[in-house]
Design a protein around this ligand. Structure first.
Ligand code: TXA
Ligand code: MG
Length: 352
C-alpha cells in the first residue's frame, strides 16, 4: 500500500489522555503513523517490525531512503527483539542513561526490516524518558521506529503545532504532550566497534559518556551532502531555516562587536535582520530594529537548548533576509547546540 497525503486530509491532534494514547497505540499496531512527544523532540512513529509502516515514514517526511531511523523501546528488556551481539558496555550505558536521550547503534536483529536501517546491518535504539512516549510504547507493545516529526531537512519539532506545520494531512494523529523539555535530539553513540564513537552530540553530554566509558571517539561530520558518511544524519545541510543563517564563534567581546557591527551594516543596507542570541547579547540590540529571539540567560544552556528550535522557527516565520546566531561553546549540551546551529548555517560559520 502506498502512503499518500490524500489518505489523511485532516491529521488529528489530541491531548495525550489515556484514551488518546490507547487509540494511538492501536493505530501503530495497524501500521499507521502517529507523532508523539519525547523528552528531546517530537517523533514520527510507526511499527518498527512492519516494513510497509516504516516505509510510510520516509514518504510522509520526504526522507531519503539512505537515512536510517531510530527504534524506540519501552525498556531495555526489549533489546533482544531488535539487536544481536549486544556488547557488555550497553548494560553500563542503559543503567546510567535509559530511559533518556541516548541512542545506541547496535547490530541489527533479522526481525527489524532492513529499510528501517537504510539497508545497514546496524540499528539505532533508544528508550525515551517522556511519560507519553513511555505509555505509548507500552500500550503499542511493538518497537516503534521514529525519526523527528518534521519534513526532511527542516527544523525538528518541539511542540505539536510544529509537527502539524510540517506534516498536517500526511500522518494519522499527533499526540500533544506540550513542549518538549530537552529541545535538541538524542546523542547517537555507535557501540559496534572497539571504541564507542559519538555520531551526533545531543541530550547526553560527551563528558557524561567519557565519565562512564573512558575513551570516546568523536566522529567528524561529513562536510558535503552525498559524501560517504558514518551516519547519514550527519549531513551538513540539515535543520535548515529558510533564511540565510550565520553562526559567530569566538570570545565574548569579539562576538558582541561583530554582532553589533554586522547588524548595523545589514540594517543600513535595507536588510531584515534576525538575531538568535542569549538574553545578555540580545539586550544590547533591542533598539536596533532587528528581529530578535532571545534564547535564555547564557549560563542556562538547558534553557537555550530547549528554546532553540521554537525560536528558529519563529524567527524564520518573520522572513528575515539574514539571521545571526551566537555559538555557546562546547561544554555539556552546548556541543549539541553548536552542532545544530552549524548545520543550520550550512557552513556559514564566522570564527573570531
Ligand atoms: O531525539 C531523537 O533522537 C529523536 C526522537 C524522536 O527520538 N529522533 C531523531 O531521529 O532525531 P532522526 O531520524 O531525526 O535522527 C536519527 C539519527 C540520524 O542522524 C541517523 O543518521 C542516525 O540517527 N542513525 C540512525 N540509525 C543509524 C545507524 N544504524 N547507524 C548510524 N546512524 C544511525
Ligand atoms: Mg531529524
Amino acid at each position: 500500500m502506498r502512503y499518500t497525503a490524500s489518505m489523511n486530509p485532516h491529521t488529528r491532534t489530541r491531548a495525550a489522555t489515556p484514551e488518546a494514547i490507547a487509540d494511538a497505540a492501536a493505530l501503530l499496531r495497524a501500521g499507521r503513523l502517529v507523532a508523539f512527544p519525547t523528552e528531546t523532540v517530537y517523533g514520527l512513529g510507526a511499527n518498527a517490525l512492519d516494513a510497509e509502516a516504516a516505509r510510510s515514514i520516509f514518504v510522509a517526511k520526504g526522507r531519503p531512503a539512505e537515512d536510517p531511523l531510530i527504534v524506540h523501546l519501552a525498556s531495555s528488556a526489549e533489546l533482544p527483539q531488535v539487536a544481536v551481539a549486544v556488547p557488555p558496555v550497553v548494560e553500563v550505558l542503559a543503567n546510567a542513561c535509559w530511559p533518556g536521550p541516548l541512542t545506541l547503534v547496535l547490530r541489527r536483529a533479522a526481525a527489524v526490516p532492513a529499510l528501517v536501517s537504510a539497508g545497514r546491518d546496524t540499528v539505532a535504539v533508544r528508550v525515551p524518558a517522556h511519560p507519553v512516549a513511555q505509555a505509548l510504547l507500552a500500550a503499542a507493545g511493538v518497537p516503534v521506529a521514529a525519526p523527528s516529526a518534521n519534513r526532511f531537512g527542516h527544523t525538528s519539532p518541539t511542540t505539536a503545532a510544529h509537527v502539524l506545520a510540517d506534516l498536517d494531512g500526511r500522518i494519522d494523529m499527533v499526540l500533544d504532550g506540550g513542549p518538549t523539555s530537552i529541545g535538541v535530539e538524542s546523542t547517537v553513540l555507535d557501540v559496534t566497534g572497539p571504541v564507542p564513537t559519538l555520531l551526533r552530540p545531543g541530550g547526553v553530554s560527551l563528558e557524561a559518556l567519557q565519565a562512564l566509558l573512558g575513551e570516546v571517539r568523536v566522529a567528524q561530520r561529513a562536510a558535503v551532502e552525498g559524501e560517504a558518511q558514518i551516519s547519514p544524519g550527519l549531513l551538513e545541510r540539515h535543520y535548515a531555516p529558510e533564511s540565510e543563517l550565520w553562526l559567530v564563534v569566538g570570545g565574548e567581546a569579539r562576538c558582541r562587536m561583530w554582532l553589533l557591527e554586522q547588524t548595523q551594516l545589514a540594517l543600513a543596507a535595507g536588510k531584515r535582520v534576525g538575531l538568535l542570541l542569549p538574553n545578555e547579547d540580545a539586550a544590547l540590540l533591542y533598539d536596533s530594529g532587528a528581529l530578535i529571539e532571545a534564547l535564555g540567560p547564557k549560563h542556562d544552556l538547558a534553557a537555550i537548548a530547549r528554546n532553540l528550535y521554537a525560536a528558529l522557527r519563529a524567527l524564520d516565520a518573520r522572513q528575515p533576509d539574514v539571521i545571526f546566531a551566537r555559538d555557546m561553546g562546547e561544554a555539556g549540551i552546548a556541543r549539541a547546540i553548536r552542532d545544530r546551529l552549524t548545520r543550520a548555517a550550512s557552513g556559514r560559520v564566522v570564527r573570531l
